[in-house]
Write a protein of this length. Sequence first.
Length: 193
Amino acid sequence: MWRSIKNSPYQARCEWIHSPKVPNGNVPKEREVGIRCRDYEGRERIEKRTDSESDRFESAEIYDPVKELEFIMIGGSQAIVFSSAPDDFSAHTFSLDDGSAIVLPDAARQERIGRYLGENEIEEMMCVGYSVVDEGKYTLEYWISTELQEILQITILTESKRSEYRVFDIRRTNPDKSIFSLPERSQRHLICL
């Protein structure tokens, strides 16, 4: 399956903020919020929530290297289950201005890419930074917590917008194992990669 990170549990909140590079009263900032967590055995959950007072669950990506299971929960009742080769993993992408996309770095599953920027403390954790520049398309900067082996901050600049991702309110606690389980009463769809 994918490489798991054991013995490094945490729970945290996360957000993406997308804003036009040049302030424009007609184009508001977009904000995506969520929750991230990992348990002692390397199970991971990345959850999207509504950006409102109700803070409602929308979807969650769950990686369980113990059961060799990867799935996405949508609205709590539908599950898309992935059957993959042992070395596959899901890649998160970011859409660029020209309609193309880049694969975002993954601290746990990929070699470090880009120019080394040094060390910086983010959320009271020591991080190492890297920068990737594709002239005329984008500039990407990301910071990885050496303790969590998790990216805590990403900034992407394109010609039209600035996007910032951050992980915050980090608690070093082991989440309940049940949040990584496939719900029994879900409608399941299997996708073979």
